[in-house]
Design a protein around this ligand. Structure first.
Ligand code: ZN
Length: 364
C-alpha cells in the first residue's frame, strides 16, 4: 500500500515526501483535518517511508515497499479501532491496582508508538507522555526513526506541558505526529514548535469516482449517497456500511412518518421494540439516532430552500413530502426530542420506550 493509495491532498503529500527526500523532515508535525480525511493513514504511511528497509522511490520521491518487516509490522497498527479495543480490553482484565496505573497505547513495532486518548475521559494523560519520554531519547532499535503518533489533541494540562518540554529539545532520530480536527485545542507553544499540514475533505464528486473503482457493486445513486453522507472523508466512504445505513434509514423514516401522521402506532411499536438493551442494541440505536439527525437536517435544507445541500439525495421525493407536512418549529422540536433520547440512553432508560415517547410527543 504505497503513497499512490492515498487519495486527495496531493500537494500536501508531495511537500511531505519532498521533506523526506531532502532529509529535512520536521521533528513535530501537526496533521490537521476533519474526521476521515486520512490523518492517521498518512502518518502511518510516512512512518513506513521513514523506516522501509527497501526504500523504493516513486516519481523520484521516497515511498515504501509495504512488505518488508518494518512496513509489515507498522501496518498492523492501521486498524486503529481494533488495536485500541484490544488494548482497552487487556487493561480491563488487569487487577484493580494495575488497571489504574496502566495507560492505553498501540504498538506493533518496537520503535513506533501510537498514543490514543485514554478512556474513559478520552484525553491524552501525563503518564502517556511520560512513557513517550521514557523511550524517545534512545536510538531506535530496528527502525531509522522513532515515530510517535498522538491520535487526538485533547491533552490534560500536565500532559501538554510535558510534551512541550520534549518539543523544546527533540532528539535527532524521532518524529512526533499530532493528529487533530481542531489545532486550536493544542497549546500555542506546541503549535509554534511544530509544522502544521492541513488535510482537506474531498469533494463529493472525487469520492464518487473513487468509489466507482473500489465499490463496483454500488450503483451511481448509491455512490452519490455515500459520497454525501461521508462528508468528504475517504476512509469513511470506503468503509461505509450501506446495508446497515439503509436499514436504519428505513426505520428513521417510519418513525418520522408516524410522528407526522399520528393515529396508528402498530408499525411504530413494532420498530421501536426491535431496539433492545445491551451492547448490540446500543450500537443499533446510535446508528438510528445519527440517521434521524441526518434526515432532520435534510428536512431543514428543504424547508430553507437549499435542496442542493440534501445528503439523502436518493429519497428526495419522500423527504419533500415530509418537509411539506412539517415546519421549522416541528423540526426543532424533533431535534430536541432526539437529544432527550440520547440523554435517556446515558441514563440507561429502556430504549424502545424513549423512542416511542420521542415519536408520540411529536404528533401534531
Ligand atoms: Zn518496506
Amino acid at each position: 500500500m504505497p503513497f499512490s493509495d492515498f487519495h486527495g491532498n496531493s500537494g500536501t503529500l508531495h511537500s511531505l515526501r519532498e521533506m523526506l527526500a531532502r532529509d529535512r523532515f520536521p521533528h513535530a508535525v501537526i496533521l490537521s483535518g476533519p474526521r476521515g480525511s486520512g490523518k492517521y493513514t498518512l502518518a502511518l504511511m510516512l512512518a513506513r517511508a521513514m523506516n522501509c528497509l527497501e526504500r523504493p522511490l516513486a516519481d523520484g520521491l521516497p515511498d515504501f515497499c509495504g512488505h518488508c518487516s518494518n512496513c509489515a509490522r507498522i501496518a498492523e497498527s492501521l486498524d486503529l479501532d481494533a488495536r485500541f479495543s484490544e488494548a482497552v480490553e487487556a487493561r480491563e482484565n488487569l487487577r484493580d491496582a494495575d488497571k489504574r496505573e496502566t495507560r492505553i497505547f498501540v504498538q506493533t513495532h518496537p520503535d513506533i508508538l501510537v498514543i490514543p486518548p485514554d478512556p474513559p475521559q478520552m484525553m491524552i494523560k501525563v503518564d502517556q507522555v511520560r512513557h513517550v519520554i521514557g523511550s524517545i531519547y534512545y536510538r531506535p532499535s530496528q527502525a531509522r526513526e522513532r515515530v510517535y503518533i498522538f491520535t487526538g489533541s485533547a491533552f490534560m494540562k500536565e500532559a501538554a506541558n510535558s510534551l512541550l518540554k520534549v518539543l523544546e529539545e527533540p532528539p535527532e532520530f524521532a518524529t512526533i505526529f499530532l493528529l487533530t480536527e481542531n489545532p486550536g485545542e493544542l497549546l500555542s507553544t506546541i503549535r509554534s514548535r511544530s509544522v502544521t499540514f492541513t488535510l482537506a475533505a474531498l469533494a463529493p464528486e472525487d469520492i464518487e469516482s473513487l468509489l466507482a473503482g473500489r465499490r463496483p457493486e454500488w450503483n451511481a445513486r448509491q455512490r452519490a449517497l455515500v459520497a454525501r453522507l461521508s462528508d468528504g472523508a475517504v476512509g469513511r466512504a470506503l468503509t461505509f456500511d450501506l446495508e446497515s445505513y439503509a436499514a436504519a434509514r428505513g426505520h428513521a423514516l417510519a418513525i418520522l412518518n408516524s410522528a407526522i401522521r399520528g393515529s396508528d402506532h402498530t408499525e411504530l411499536f413494532k420498530i421501536t421494540e426491535s431496539y433492545r438493551p445491551g451492547a448490540d442494541g446500543r450500537e443499533k440505536t446510535e446508528a438510528l439516532l445519527r440517521t434521524l439527525y441526518s434526515l432532520l437536517q435534510d428536512l431543514m435544507f428543504l424547508q430553507s430552500s437549499t435542496p442542493q445541500l440534501v445528503r439523502n439525495t436518493d429519497i428526495q421525493g419522500e423527504l419533500k413530502k415530509i418537509a411539506e407536512a412539517a415546519d421549522f418549529a416541528w423540526i426543532a422540536r424533533a431535534s430536541d426530542g432526539l437529544a432527550e433520547v440520547e440523554r435517556g440512553m446515558r441514563r440507561n432508560l429502556l430504549r424502545s420506550l424513549s423512542l416511542d415517547a420521542f415519536a408520540t410527543a411529536l404528533e401534531k
